[in-house]
Design a protein around this ligand. Structure first.
Ligand code: AMP
Length: 484
């Protein structure tokens, strides 16, 4: 079976984006636009569920939003004043239509659609308990665990049932749900994954990132707070914070790589944070060079910040072909390697004879940097000094960013010097963890209570990893395989 499993082979993660709107006659169309702006968070599948006051209408499809949600027919079918939508790039469960979100279920209180960005860390355990009690699962997605916990809750309102369900789950989640009563949005108590609140006229909107508010001309209101449940309905907007308070830990990798640079998260512009990371890198590890070059697109803002700080010319020394998918969404290592060539080409005239500072956001397996360093050498670079706008990725993420298991992370197997040799660079340096924290507005990382989730760099996992610690993974539970 051809799979679009990305970096990860064997443990559960989802990289996703969620969007929801209540109180607009074009809710379905606006959700499609919102998802289009969130496409970078998941390219494998997309789905929208709308509610017209009587009935729910769903459309889900494998592939990009533009390919599947631009036709008049589809948008007209998504009737109603409220809708939620999801883009998915999954490694939790199989790549199959039955895992495409929003999930929908009929409860005794009526219908409920739900979608989720993040990753639950005790879903295997909960799922086993639910199955033992008679729950029949339709998908292998960890989001369905939340659906069954809502179904089995003895509370009366949708909001109370959701609270009851979420009290039992551990992990990272930003959720959007739609019921007959309205739109519900929840951000986990640590606020690991982002979620913002917006307004368009009288309509309330929630979105993984603020760039999806911009695309529909909505105003940014505020970030949904960690541990907050928002209910938007005919009564207006209601907020509650029913969970135990813990210190906020937004994923710092959102700032480094994952979020779109035109988004603002917890008051910080992602683009500005990336530029400041580049400037910090230049202060920390500059060597004499002629030009600064980004690995496009993710290295661009950091390279700009570096070039300004180092007072060096910034050049687009590598040109990216925008018509190929992301390199890591390839079925085998062999094709993944080829993917890097398909995607990038050296801009020879600006490379020849130059001492180059090459900036990228991260080294995971080392595939991209190895290829690009060798490409620059072939194009005549005199020296290639690689600078990385994150600390070494030494640990896997269990909270919603796809990373390979630890043994496949270059930085967990090699020293920085060995990595530099492996990728063929004249020198290699990563931003320090404190440099990174300075770039996102802190004076340094507080080792007792870090201000962000940085587990992939430090191994400091704030949320317990119950399934992982028990050696359990929520994949391949089902006997049914489906062609995707
Ligand atoms: P690798 O080639 O395995 O070292 O991966 C590093 C490259 O993949 C960098 O150029 C990053 O921009 C990109 N990257 C890093 N983390 C992720 C992720 N979680 N999902 C997709 N791409 C990523």
């Amino acid at each position: 079976m051809l799979t679009t499993q990305p970096f990860d082979d064997d443990h559960p993660h989802e990289e996703c984006g969620v969007f929801g709107i209540f109180g607009h006659p074009d809710a379905g169309a606006l959700t499609a636009l919102g998802l289009h702006a969130l496409q970078h968070r998941g390219q494998e599948a997309a789905g929208i569920v709308a509610y017209d006051g009587e009935q729910f209408h769903a459309h889900r499809a494998m592939g990009h939003v533009g390919e599947n949600f631009s036709s008049k027919d589809v948008i007209e079918r998504l009737k109603g004043h409220s809708a939620i939508g999801h883009v998915r790039y999954a490694t939790t469960g199989e790549v199959a239509m039955r895992n495409v979100q929003p999930l929908f279920a009929d409860f005794e209180f009526g219908g409920l659609a739900i979608c989720h960005n993040g990753n639950l860390t005790n879903s295997y355990k909960l799922r086993q308990q639910l199955v033992r009690r008679g729950s029949l699962f339709q998908s292998t997605s960890d989001t369905e665990v939340i659906v069954h916990l809502i179904a089995t809750s003895l509370k009366l309102t949708v909001e109370d049932r959701m609270t009851d369900a979420l009290r039992q789950v551990q992990g990272a989640y930003s959720l959007a749900a739609l019921s007959q009563e309205g739109l519900v949005a929840v951000r986990d108590p640590y606020g690991v994954r982002p979620l913002v609140l917006g307004k368009l006229g009288d309509a309330w909107i929630v979105s993984s990132e603020s760039c999806a508010l911009d695309i529909i001309g909505a105003d940014f209101v505020r970030d949904v707070e960690p541990g907050e449940i928002l209910m938007a309905g005919p009564h207006g907007l209601r907020s509650s914070k029913p969970f135990d308070r813990v210190k906020k830990r937004l994923c710092i990798f959102e700032h480094i790589y994952f979020a779109r640079p035109d988004s603002v998260m917890d008051g910080i512009s992602v683009y500005d944070a990336r530029k400041r990371i580049g400037a910090e890198l230049a202060r920390e590890s500059h060597v004499p060079a002629d030009i600064v070059i980004p690995v496009p697109d993710s290295g661009v803002p950091a390279a700009l910040g570096y070039a300004v700080e180092a007072k060096l010319p910034f050049e687009l020394g590598i040109i990216r072909n925008h018509y190929v998918g992301r390199t890591f969404i390839e079925p085998t290592d062999q094709i993944r390697n080829l993917g890097v060539k398909l995607k990038h080409n050296a801009n020879r005239a600006h490379i020849q004879g130059k001492r180059i500072i090459l900036v990228d956001d991260s080294i995971v397996r080392g595939t991209t940097s190895t290829k690009i360093v060798s490409m620059l050498r072939q194009a005549g670079a005199r020296e290639v000094h690689m600078r990385i706008s994150s600390p070494p990725t030494t640990n896997s993420c269990f909270y919603g960013i796809a990373t390979p298991e630890r043994s496949k992370l270059l930085a967990s197997n090699m020293s920085i010097e060995e990595m530099g040799k492996y990728i063929g660079a004249d020198s290699l340096a990563f931003i320090t963890i404190d440099g990174l924290y300075r770039a996102v507005g802190e004076t340094k990382r507080d080792p007792k209570e870090p201000q962000f989730c940085d587990a992939c760099f430090t191994g400091d996992y704030a949320i317990p990893l119950a399934d992982h610690d028990a050696g359990k993974v929520l994949t391949q539970l089902s006997l049914l395989t489906e062609s995707a």
